[in-house]
Design a protein around this ligand. Sequence first.
Ligand code: GDP
Ligand code: IMO
Ligand code: MG
Length: 421
Amino acid sequence: MTVTLVIGTQWGDEGKGKVVDYFSKHADYVVRFQGGNNAGHTIKVGEEIYKLHVTPSGVIQGKIGVIGNGVVIDPESLLKEIEDLTKRGIKPKLLISDRAHIIMPYHKILDGAEEQYLGDKKIGTTKRGIGPCYSDKVARNGIRTNDLLDKNTLDVLLDRILPIKQKIIDAYGIDIHLNKKEILETFANYGNRLRQYITTTHIELNTAIQKEKNILLEGAQGTMLDVDFGTYPFTTSSHTIAGGSTIGIGIGPKHINEIIGIVKAYTTRVGQGPLPTELLDKTGTYLQQKGHEFGTTTNRPRRCGWLDLIVVNHSCMISGITKLAITKLDVLSGLSKIKICTHYQLDKKTIDYFPANIDDVAKIIPVYKEFKGWKEFQSDTKQLTDLPKEAQIYLSFIEKETKVPIALISTGPGRTETIEV
Ligand code: GDP
Ligand code: IMO
Ligand code: MG
């Protein structure tokens, strides 16, 4: 029996979908524990490409997908995902926690309104209502999956919540009336359509652990978007780090056997906020074009930069990462020189940690080690030792500096373009 956790170590989009799909072959359950449909996880099998937002990536391999209590669910988006997958011949085996929170229409309205109000200080959210939904969860004003199953319960909750939300919407000067009857009918209907999946997933998973099943936990976003340890306030609103996983599904931390941190071979970020190694030159454009760095959820161009080991080490420390999976190594092929950031300079001092203060982060000057580039290699290379020598040197430097062994190298988006070490 193993419980394996896969998380992103950077600003999201590290290739979690690809890696989780790859490891799903060993899993009985694949479980999402945080985030919502702000995530976009891509899986490529042969010529088929799947872009999943809240459905766990393991469903593509026919595994049971669990949406844990820590996830926020937009029912309309989830039902569409189920429908789209079913049309493509994959009827997802889903279990949804009875405690997961629901993204309501006013969450999406307020996400947009807050961003607009912030103007050039905006966070650059995905506008999926994620922040407002998590805020309501903590403020105890949320609506959960189990509430959708009983129309009377939902009715009472809407009576309590909607007037407050209407006041806030009015205060923003937005001309939208929250129609209670319409919301009640729509969400009770979503409840009826999701009823078959909603259950006590925490009991199911703890029973599965007792029965020695294999469980794969799939993170969304990445450490630098974690609400505590990321570039706050330019983060998402959930805990993307290892600590978030057990809270987000209801298992004890001791059950986790392996924590795999995914490291994109360079760095990307979507939305606002600091990115110390950002390349605003032709190399940045090269990485963006060659790596097809455009958001899976919003299609916004991703900002690109060199690999930042201060960021990766910060993630390894905070999440106790036991193995690394390096993705998109192929994208770096063809460059004559490649750099890795090993330290920062802040106010003329050399530092080797990620500062908390966002103004300090903005002042950081990255210190780089330069590596010789390598030529294109076959994306179906199966042995580490068959990779170009310079690529092997690049990888061993990452291992040496993080003190975490590399377990997997991804050399292309496809399932088979993978080297297990
Ligand atoms: P996630 O959010 O972490 O699941 O990552 P995304 O799916 O948003 O973005 C990663 C993108 O890179 C997707 O388009 C993947 O198909 C693609 N990808 C994943 N691994 C590799 C790789 O090793 N090489 C290349 N070229 N593309 C990859
Ligand atoms: P995956 O799982 C990359 C970013 C947004 C924005 C910030 C807050 O595909 O890696 P939110 O809508 O969550 O309030 O936005 O977080 N963001 C992501 N960036 N990958 C993601 O998910 C992201 N999910 C949110 O761009 O900067
Ligand atoms: Mg993504």
